[in-house]
Design a protein around this ligand. Structure first.
Ligand code: 5GP
Length: 193
């Protein structure tokens, strides 16, 4: 629980709002990484999902990897990261799904090797941000292709005023976000408690 307050404080002190809707958190999550902070994030995800029998974590390269690895360490399970490809070519031995990249403003294909995702997997999805839910939806689609179950979604920073949270709620998925932003306006950032 303590990490959630701490994360809000770090977002307020180090986050920069770009334009209307992009929060830049390069100093601890998206470029430079603060290991102690990430460790607490992973421990919080693991605590929340500990009774769900998760045997695999799926995230997206690159910023989801750090919190996903800590969560996997605590839950003692493997972590797979979906690779992002700009090209539309796919390998035969992969599951894949396209999604619109919120920050790059282009379509990306997420790819996971069939070697690392199976029908008996019970998967926790982890990502750094939840905006319109396109990355999470693509990860859910990849799990579906594999026949794997999605046990839940862990998000570091959710922008609750965008469409992603509702999209995942409507799919009946347990979403656990460490920081939930209700509103961003210039330098002002407000949270849902
Ligand atoms: P969605 O797919 O939910 O629309 O957007 C989530 C993805 O876009 C995340 O994987 C993240 O990389 C990126 N993203 C969305 N909003 C933000 C933001 O405000 N700041 C940063 N740094 N990344 C974001």
């Amino acid at each position: 629980m303590f990490i959630m307050k701490k994360l809000e404080e770090v977002i307020l002190s180090h986050g920069k709002v770009l334009g209307k809707d992009i929060l830049k958190v390069d100093s601890f999550l998206n470029h430079q990484i603060k290991p102690k902070l990430i460790k607490e994030m992973g421990e919080e995800f693991a605590e929340h999902f500990k009774d769900k029998n998760i045997n695999k974590i799926l995230t997206v390269e690159s910023s989801g990897i750090a919190p996903a690895v800590i969560t996997g360490l605590v839950l003692d399970c493997d972590v797979v990261f979906a690779r992002k490809q700009k090209s539309l070519t796919t390998d035969d031995n992969t599951f894949s799904s396209t999604c619109y990249s919120y920050t790059k403003e282009e379509m990306k294909r997420l790819i996971v090797s069939k070697d690392y995702l199976h029908e008996n997997d019970n998967v926790l999805l982890i990502d750094d941000f939840l905006a319109n839910g396109q990355a999470a939806k693509a990860m859910v689609a990849i799990c579906k292709q594999a026949g794997a179950n999605v046990a839940g979604v862990g998000i570091v920073i959710e922008k609750s005023y965008q469409d992603g949270r509702k999209l995942l709620d409507d799919m009946g998925i347990d979403v656990y976000s460490l920081a939930r932003i209700s509103h961003m306006n210039g330098k002002e950032i407000e949270f849902i408690d």
